[in-house]
Design a protein around this ligand. Structure first.
Ligand SMILES: C[S@@+](CC[C@H](N)C(=O)[O-])C[C@H]1O[C@@H](n2cnc3c(N)ncnc32)[C@H](O)[C@@H]1O
Length: 189
């Protein structure tokens, strides 16, 4: 016969086992797919201000490389009218993003996809926080597909061949990563 305290202990063990399994999966995932650090609070606030400054009528927002969706979920909460499309090529990260989306009822379009397969012709606003090596190839795609007037904001890594409209430093302390949490704003001409 199992006593209530034993049942409680069993439940705690199950909870710990699930938590450890999830941490293990996410760690392996980070080793294989690369980091999935979210944009920090200050940079997020700067992003929100930039949307209002450059295009308060933004309808469609694309988070290219959304990881587990933290930024997109926060943004949709702040701007409920926005159509948010959030893309990541990691099935696990998108799974967690979709789970939170359902739980929080945010109505974001999370998709497991390579960003280079995403059609950006409809985008009013594009946000990226990606590795430096991806940026040169992405620049070409943005140049080809984005409509005139579309706004691009990149976090930390930037677009080499585009004319910079504004640089917003949100983390003034020196960091090992150049331009860490600095936002770069561009407009498609
Ligand atoms: C640093 S996270 C950024 C998360 C979120 N955008 C933010 O700023 O909080 C970068 C994400 O980009 C994704 N990623 C990198 N290359 C990608 C690609 N070619 N297609 C789709 N996602 C990609 C990674 O899986 C990772 O989750």
């Amino acid at each position: 016969m199992i006593f209530p305290t034993n049942i409680l202990l069993l439940l705690i063990y199950i909870f710990l086992a699930i938590t450890l399994a999830l941490l293990f999966v996410l760690t392996i995932e980070s080793l294989i797919k690369g980091h999935d650090i979210s944009t920090g609070k200050k940079a997020f606030n700067a992003l929100a201000k930039t949307i209002q400054k450059y295009n308060p009528n933004t309808k469609t927002f694309y988070d290219l490389g959304c990881a587990r969706g933290s930024l997109s979920l926060r943004l949709k909460k702040k701007f409920p009218h926005l159509e948010v499309y959030a893309i990541d090529n990691s099935a696990i990260r998108i799974f967690f993003a979709k789970l939170k989306n359902v739980f929080l009822r945010r109505g974001i379009n999370f998709q497991k996809q390579d960003i280079f397969c995403t059609d950006l012709r409809n985008a009013d606003f594009v946000f990226t926080y990606l590795w430096y090596d991806i940026m040169p190839i992405l620049e070409e795609k943005l140049q080809k597909e984005l409509k005139k007037g579309a706004v691009i904001i990149t976090n930390t890594s930037h677009l080499q061949s585009w004319k910079l409209e504004e640089k917003i430093i949100t983390c003034p302390k020196p960091s090992k990563t150049p331009d860490f949490e600095t936002l770069f704003v561009y407009i498609k001409k």
